[in-house]
Design a protein around this ligand. Structure first.
Ligand SMILES: *Cc1c(COP(=O)(O)O)cnc(C)c1O
Length: 406
């Protein structure tokens, strides 16, 4: 039996909600795999994946089962008590990665907030209060809390909110000389996205991450990888650091980790973790049983050789067709990214028009994303059927054909 609801429509957004978003005109009401239906019953193919979140598409049976089983057991206990799903998830994350300890949070920003606070705390405890500087990359994105917008290298997100957090420097991404010039013994952490997501789907060079690792070791700074977008299978490896063979000291995960249920995680070593001793940090919901049960099921499905190699194969399928579209219509100049985090760089004539491509795609019933004004981004389900990739790209081609005719 389902609950009866009052009808709602897109106009209610403008009437009732804080205007910090500009959502599309249609309202999705149901999803299955990589297909979504809106209020009018129109079916769309989902290449947006809830912004790299719906790692197993919509209503994946393993996730529905994990969530409903847990919903019938226990929903919340707080961190005054621990719970079985959180412990199982933490153990799985430790067994699957470099990490020895896990802190569970509710979002990417919170996982990063914990990472940055830990980096400062560790440096303060071990090296003294002068070592608090954080170096991050220009154009990076780490979330929307005050600390994370300040570490993020996009002034449009951090300006206008009062005094900035001190001790944060930004250097150009993928520029090892610039990092070398900026780092010092006062640096407590270097924070990088192995693949800049919001900044335009820009993968780091291997030599850059290797160089950053060496500089951090030399200056006793911690290397923090923000894998909120690149992690949990998105890159074709469980985490992108595995693709590069460069191991961070602290790693943050979220987005794909929950497959659509809000959760974040900070992973680190036991040596570093011990500096977040009892009382130094916390969250009411972190490690919530519902979220942890779902994330545990996500990890079980994704962390298999079949699924991970499937992601790499699907990357090639996307890339080949996007390059073909790019050449045929003169719209894309480059297709880049790892796994199923793909960015198509718009040609000069299309600069600034990523939003127009999104809108045109939506009219042809395919949901895509942008990464800044010049890049069309794809972050679909990691198990999207090849037939849906092909059908979605057919629809995108129709959208591009119409757009380029105008
Ligand atoms: C999305 C994102 C975040 C922020 O995650 P939220 O869950 O929105 O707080 C942080 N870092 C990166 C790299 C992201 O892509």
């Amino acid at each position: 039996m389902s609950v009866q609801h009052e009808p709602v429509q897109r106009a209610d957004f403008d009437q009732y909600m804080v205007p910090n978003y500009a959502p599309a005109a249609f309202i999705p009401v149901r999803g299955e795999g990589s297909r979504v239906w809106d209020q009018s019953g129109r079916e769309l193919i989902d290449f947006a994946g809830g912004i790299a979140v719906n790692s197993l598409g919509h209503a994946h049976p393993a996730l529905v089962q994990a969530l409903t089983e847990q919903a019938n057991r226990i929903w919340h206990v707080s961190n005054v008590f621990t719970n079985e799903p959180a412990l199982r998830l933490a153990r799985k994350l430790v067994e699957a990665t470099f990490a020895e300890r896990v802190f569970l949070a509710n979002s990417g920003a919170e996982a990063n907030e914990a990472a940055f606070k830990l980096a400062r705390r560790y440096a303060c405890d071990v090296h003294g209060p002068e070592k608090y500087e954080i170096i991050a990359a220009s154009n990076s994105f780490h979330g929307r809390t005050l600390f994370t917008v300040n570490v993020g290298g996009q002034p449009k997100y951090s300006d206008g909110f009062g005094p900035k957090i001190e001790g944060i420097t930004h250097v150009p991404f993928n520029d090892l000389e610039a990092l070398k010039a900026a780092i010092s013994d006062k640096t407590c952490a270097v924070v990088l996205e192995p693949v800049q997501g919001e900044g335009g789907v820009l993968p780091a060079d291997k030599a850059y991450l290797e160089g950053a690792r060496a500089l951090c070791d030399q200056h006793k700074a911690l290397l923090v990888f923000d894998e909120v977008q690149s992690g949990m299978g998105r890159s074709g490896e469980l985490f992108a650091y595995m693709h590069y063979g460069v191991v961070p000291d602290i790693l943050s995960s979220a987005k794909s980790l929950g497959g659509g249920f809000p959760i974040g995680a900070m992973l680190t070593t036991s040596e570093i973790a011990k500096h977040l001793s009892v009382g130094t940090h916390g969250t009411t919901y972190g490690g919530n049983p519902l979220a942890s049960a779902v994330a545990g099921a996500v990890l079980d499905v994704i962390n298999t050789p079949e699924v991970l190699s499937g992601i790499k194969a699907k990357h090639e399928r996307f890339k080949a067709r996007l390059l073909e579209l790019g050449a045929k219509y003169g719209i894309f100049t480059e297709v880049r990214g790892l796994g199923l985090l793909i960015g198509a760089q718009l040609a000069d004539a299309w600069k600034g028009k990523a939003k127009d491509v999104l809108n045109a795609a939506e009219k042809e019933a395919v949901m895509v994303l942008q990464a800044g004004p010049d890049v069309v981004r794809f972050a679909p389900s990691l198990v999207i059927p090849d037939a849906d990739i092909d059908e979605g790209l057919d629809r995108l081609e129709r959208a591009i054909a119409k757009l380029t005719q105008q």
